[in-house]
Write a protein that binds this ligand. Structure first.
Ligand code: ATP
Ligand code: MG
Length: 671
């Protein structure tokens, strides 16, 4: 522990009660969690299987596992849980699904699946009311995060709109149950309800998880907090770390108040503050501190760093958005040579995903390798969604969303009328489509050839399922299934080129390979990964990481400010520092600038050595050219640490200077 500072050491060693580490960015909070896991295992005698650490993203969980792996013996760490909240919820539900009325092999609906169901319900129950699907989905999600069940939501509804939403919420919950499916929020909500209603189940999990650690605590919402509170129980084995200045998920129900709430719920809570920052050079840190000082503060934190002053923060004004993208590309090439960095040492952060498009084009033009975190995911590809739907149907025949997705993929000539009739029949009886098919009889409109085709499809699935149950070559059976349905031929009919179809088929095989390579969950003493588990983990992984790929190649990383949380890079660009972009227009309108400022703070504090900020003098917006106002956050930065460059790509001298710098760096490199 010699390399920890005294406060960090104190936090790691403290085991007498619940502990909160409250500290600013880069002060080693995540490091404390990692070290504390090692300490618990190596010195405090906790077996790995009794420890759980909760992080915010899959990427963070992976990194933490890796770090712990370096610190402790593999055998002692066996069974250690390092997971996101949702993954932890899934682990609980996989074991306890009976108690919440679900069958094994339940499906997890991603936002798009849920939306498809909600769209139908909205049309059925609120046609012509002008109510919006996005609003409906967000409202239901916020109810779930606040642990309100449909009847509670209904009785608390403030107006006609909320009443309607609450009614739909009830139907939505009923359908999910009928489909044996959960949505994303259920992964937290259901375990909480389960623990509330089944004391013995709660006790079992409290015995299992004897020490709980939570990273990025400021971003937990109410249901997540409740899950923490219940799991910890009277044992009080809890360490949470957080920074209220980095709370950026209020829009998803996160409650930084949870930090203060801890003190009330755990009266013996000990608080440790860390103040030394180990990540950033001093100018970067001062700038971050000055910007965030514009927010009101509950907890005062003063960060300092020993890492030297560093270069000034550069603010570059570019002609327009194209100029901005181009400038970033050329700057990366330039800085890379000058500081002898690798591409992976650079990150470009932005407020919204749409901002990456132009940048990608320019990076390609300049031959700068890059990767996007959080863009279109592998799992958003059509062929992968098809394949996943087949897998979901194999593990859960009642998954109607999956059924409807692939019933005509490849084409089986089952018409929309037939499907509509089948859906109507199933809805009336509150059953899934597959079950409805088993029992439709003479009174139904679905007759003759249509029924025959549908039944042929379900028989085929049924057969495949039986082969899976009796044989032991799971993946072999699945691979054969894709061959039998002639999926590849179908891809060829629908792709623009043979090469494209081939690529798509390869993606499907890649998916199946990755299932084969998934490790069994050792916690349950399982030595084999069941297909059900693999499928649910994959769906969850997809929802959570949207392409936080495990990829070590040397590339510039592009991501949203939100996705950058917890990460660090030697060189950081933040683009689009303009009013209405950052701060975002919606936050200006709803006067939630403070959350945008925290986002800015998160962005600045990702940088270790070099921070560059850009904005455009002109930008196209809804087909119109506007002249955006530079972001107020630029004004809030201290002049002594900031170098503001004028209209850079119009200034030939600046270009020449840059050219010379690049040239001399090149010479250096060669010599
Ligand atoms: P964030 O708020 O951004 O999540 P954090 O508080 O979790 O940041 P860490 O990511 O744990 O901070 O640490 C930031 C950097 O400082 C890491 O590179 C880490 O390895 C390093 N670090 C942490 N503690 C020390 C220490 N005592 N000595 C040297 N380096 C340290
Ligand atoms: Mg951290």
């Amino acid at each position: 522990m010699a390399d920890l500072n005294p406060r960090q050491r104190e936090a790691v060693k403290y085991l007498d009660g619940p502990l909160l580490v409250l500290a600013g960015a880069g002060s080693g909070k995540t490091s404390v969690i990692t070290r504390k896991i090692a300490h618990l295992i190596e010195y405090a005698g906790y077996p790995g299987r009794h420890i759980a650490a909760v992080t915010f993203t899959n990427k963070a969980a992976r990194e933490m596992k890796e770090r712990v792996g370096k610190l402790v013996d593999r055998r002692a760490a066996r069974g250690l849980t390092v997971a996101t909240f949702h993954n932890l919820g899934l682990t609980i539900l996989r074991e306890e699904h009976d108690a919440v009325g679900y069958h094994p092999g339940f499906s997890i609906f991603d936002a798009e699946d849920a939306r498809a169901l909600l769209r139908d319900l909205l049309a059925e129950h609120a046609a012509d009311t002008g109510l919006e699907i996005g609003d409906l989905q967000a409202t239901i999600s916020s109810w779930k995060n606040a642990m309100l069940l449909p009847d509670q939501a209904l009785s608390r509804a403030n107006d006609a709109r909320e009443e309607r939403f609450a009614v739909i919420y009830q139907h939505y919950a009923d359908y999910l149950k009928a489909y044996n499916a959960l949505d994303f929020d259920d992964l937290i909500l259901l375990p909480v309800l389960l623990f509330r209603n089944h004391e013995e189940v709660l006790q079992k999990w409290q015995r299992r998880i004897r020490y709980l650690l939570v990273d990025e605590y400021q971003d937990t919402n109410l249901s997540q907090y409740e899950l923490v509170r219940m799991l910890v129980g009277h044992r009080q084995g809890l360490t949470v770390v957080g920074d209220d200045d980095q709370s950026i998920y209020a829009w998803r129900g996160a409650r930084p108040e949870n930090l203060a709430q801890l003190k009330e719920d755990f009266p013996s809570l000990k608080i440790v503050k860390l103040e030394q920052n180990y990540r950033s050079m001093r100018r970067i840190l001062s700038t971050a501190n000055t910007v965030i000082a514009n927010n009101p503060h509950v907890f005062d934190k003063a960060l300092w760093s020993e890492l030297g002053v560093g270069d000034p923060i550069r603010v570059l004004r570019c002609r327009n958005e194209e100029g901005e993208a181009e400038r970033i590309a050329s700057e990366i090439l330039d800085q890379r040579l000058r500081s002898r960095s690798e591409y992976r040492d650079f990150a470009v952060l932005y407020r919204g995903n749409h901002q990456s498009k132009l940048l990608e084009i320019k990076l390609q033009a300049y031959q700068v390798p890059y990767k996007i975190s959080g863009g279109t995911s592998f799992f958003a590809r059509n062929e992968i969604k098809d394949a996943m739907a087949y897998l979901r149907l194999l593990t859960n025949p009642d998954d109607d969303v999956a059924f409807l997705r692939v019933v005509n993929v490849p084409r089986r000539e089952i018409g929309p009328r037939t499907l509509e009739q089948l859906t109507g029949y199933a809805r009336q009886r509150g059953m899934s489509l597959v079950r409805a098919l088993d029992e439709v009889g003479a009174e139904s409109h679905i007759q003759g050839r249509a029924l025959e085709k549908l039944r042929r499809f379900t028989h085929f699935l049924h057969d495949t399922r039986r082969q899976l149950e009796t044989g032991d070559d799971t993946l072999g059976v699945i691979r054969r299934m894709f061959t039998d349905v002639e999926y590849e031929e179908w891809l060829h009919q629908n792709a623009s080129s043979a090469k494209q179809a081939q690529k798509r088929m390869e993606n499907v095989w890649y998916l199946l390979d990755s299932i084969e390579q998934m490790e069994p969950n050792e916690d349950d003493g399982e030595t084999e990964q069941t297909l059900e588990e693999a499928v649910s983990r994959l769906v969850l992984r997809d929802i959570l990481d949207r392409q936080e790929e495990e990829d070590d190649s040397d590339r510039v990383q592009l991501m949203t400010l939100h996705a950058s949380k917890g990460l660090e890079f030697p060189n950081v660009f933040i683009m689009g520092l303009e009013e209405e972009l950052l701060p975002h227009r919606s936050s200006i309108e709803s006067e939630t600038i403070e959350e945008e400022r925290r986002l800015m703070y998160v962005g600045i504090t990702r940088a270790q050595r070099c921070l560059t900020l850009t904005y455009a003098g002109q930008r196209k917006q809804y087909g119109e050219v506007i002249e955006p106002i530079p972001s107020r956050f630029l004004d809030e930065m201290p002049d002594e640490h900031v170098e503001r460059e004028g209209d850079s790509d119009k200034d030939p001298e600046a270009n020449q200077r840059r050219g010379r710098a690049t040239l001399s760096a090149l010479m250096d490199d060669l010599s």
